[in-house]
Write a protein of this length. Sequence first.
Length: 121
Amino acid sequence: MPESSFGRNKRLLTARAYQAVFSDTCYKVAHPNLLLLAKPNGLCQPRLGLVVAKKNIRRSVDRNRVKRVVRETFRHSQSLLDSLDIVFLARQGMDRLTPREQTDLLENSWRRLSRKLQAEQ
RNA sequence: GGAGUUGGCCAGACAACCGCCGCUUUAAUUUCUCGCUAUCUCCGCAGGUGAUGGUGGGAGUGAGGGGGAGGAAAGUCCGGGCUCCAUAGGGCAGAGUGCCAGGUAACCCCUGGGGGGCGUGAGCCUACGGAAAGUGCAGCAGAGAGUAGACCGCCGAUGGCCGCAAUACGUUGUGGCACAGGUAAGGGUGAAAGGGUGCGGUAAGAGCGCACCGCGCAACUGGUAACAGUUUGUGGCACGGCAAACCCCACUCGGAGCAAGACCAAAUAGGGAUCCUUUGGCGUGGCCCGCGCUGGAUCCGGGUAGGUUGCUUGAGGUGUACGGUGACGUGCACCCUAGAGGAAUGGUUGUCCACGACAGAACCCGGCUUAUCGGCCAACUCCCUUU
């Protein structure tokens, strides 16, 4: 399995998996434009779930753009995030950033999450 | 060359690397799973559990090939297909449509035609049925707004009043007043003032009369029809506007939507039928019968999580021939062009140029509407210049 792939096994696929992260959050990264929730999953790889609500980002083009940036940066940063289930939630204003700013913000956020994880250990 | 009209087309390009989702070819048979089957093991009354091997299928993995958002994918405003539910037939209510003819699966769409309006023109716009079935509405202004009307103005023939003259004393002629009255020419108000122009006519006027124009009705002619007509006859002539006011007339219309609907179905709990069983155990009861609970197997029915399907081959494109003014139809040939599902169609770097708008499929089609950086092509119109 290459380090930078992003297949079906690295996503949260069921409502139950999402609920588990929501109700049993261990790590949290907050920003005015986004929120990351995470919890250890006991596997040997991280998994990602996305929540991008129409209420927060109106146009579907912008929603797709945000989801792509999140997935892409997760793909590159996943070596920092072993065995976590992570849920990304978009907040209002995310669509007003340029794609460049979104990418930078996400890469920072993954690093913050990774530091929290290491501090715990 | 400039300005414009109509119709159509494109939607940054190329390369490398890293990803995502279907399809397809192939490999290894290692991991997981299911079916059939053989051997062994353990528990048992009936029957089951586990391990190993063989075989077939599925998932997953590696490698290769090929495909992967739009002209509006949008708004969800119309019309269908498809699915389930309802449904004898008729009427009412409600909603929609509204010049005519055609196209279409259908339409509030499209095409052609007619009427009206705008533009020098190519062209564009048009809810464009009925107001002599009824009810109703019309602010302000204005004298008057639908059975017309007298503010200014005009007239004042006729009647009245006041002069003057004549007189046969009955009146007659003439001048004035604007009292009665007449008037729809002119002014003024208004979106709109009840045909227009001219001549005659009159006290002044007036379709009051006539001519022409216009209008209504009828006939005729042309046209499938809407409608048109240097046509004929007839009527002095309104029958005003609003029906996106009620209404009348004609025609159309069942409801819900792919989260429609169909199928498979674990674990746990639980329903029904048949058969088997140390012809067991427990409860009820003093005891027997009986009743209830408690085993095993097979089958049936409901059905949650989850999965599969519906799901992309279709009123389909492209080319061509023929028919038609055209929308479109028919024949033939070729092509297969996203199918996700916590939701793919992307990221990085480099090069180039006109430096890239609006914007993301969610069952599928036909339209309409709205958003949109720019560019290209064709036909046509007007103006200018040159030959």
